[in-house]
Design a protein around this ligand. Sequence first.
Ligand code: ATP
Length: 298
Amino acid sequence: LLQLYLPLGFLGFVYREIRHSLADMERMFSLLEQSEDVKDLPDAADLQLKGGNVRFDNVNFGYDSDRKILKNISFEVAAGQKLAIVGASGSGKSTLVRLLFRFYAPTSGRIYIDGQNLANVSQHSVRRAIAVVPQDTVLFNDTLFHNIHYGNPQASEQQVYAAARQAQLHRFIEQLPQGYQTLVGERGLKLSGGEKQRVAIARALLKNPSILVFDEATSALDSHAEQAIVHELQQLSSNKTTLVIAHRLSTITDADQILVMDQGRIIEAGSHEQLLASQGRYFEMWTLQLAENNGEQN
Ligand code: ATP
């Protein structure tokens, strides 16, 4: 029996390892939706993390040589701070994040994490440092436990529960007849958009990265759900450098810095209060969203 058990156990291990790497890829691509384009230098060192300071220094980028997408992008996020990026659809928000992941290299300019130029460090070490909560989380046809555990294959069972608790999922899961063993995905229990995003949050918490990217869902939410997002973001982002691609300005009023993008440029930067006071594009967007919210309530 032992002889039979051991190989089976080993196969299970291999199977899980493969699933984990697939999950990693899936998670990247669901946010980034891009193929890999950048190769490591032969002597690329691993990124040495010191808290997660992120700096873009005059970055320019285009997917094709005849069309510039990012133009003269410069900003810095201190370790542990929260940066929000807002702007119309197509203004370049996701592209900026793809460059941070080193899915693409800037055409000119440099990107640094903790003072190290990303062009010189290994991709895998960059991606290990960053966790993403994508807009649409894909769940695997597997148990809730394993769907969360994907975040960090090394995590213990207790750490999975702790992450689920922090992501406000634990109580929901415990009420299910099969708890953490409930099958989800296409063939299992269907989760709501918010529940799926909380699975992504639990995965990100388990990964415990220095840098967190939160890609806020564009779908309309009631104000209760919006408050839940604010709360979850706060949970997630404590002690982490956080970049939020935001669509609802009310979720980012506490950001240390907000970048307003338009056609590949940063046209305004500052805190919520500063940007309101300057009465520019952010002020316009804020006024519009307030009017929309009031419209919904009437
Ligand atoms: P949204 O809010 O709609 O997600 P965004 O601000 O994130 O938009 P990006 O996805 O960064 O915008 O896109 C910026 C521009 O780059 C768009 O004009 C888009 O068409 C273009 N673009 C995005 N991905 C590619 C690609 N793989 N190849 C060529 N052009 C691309």
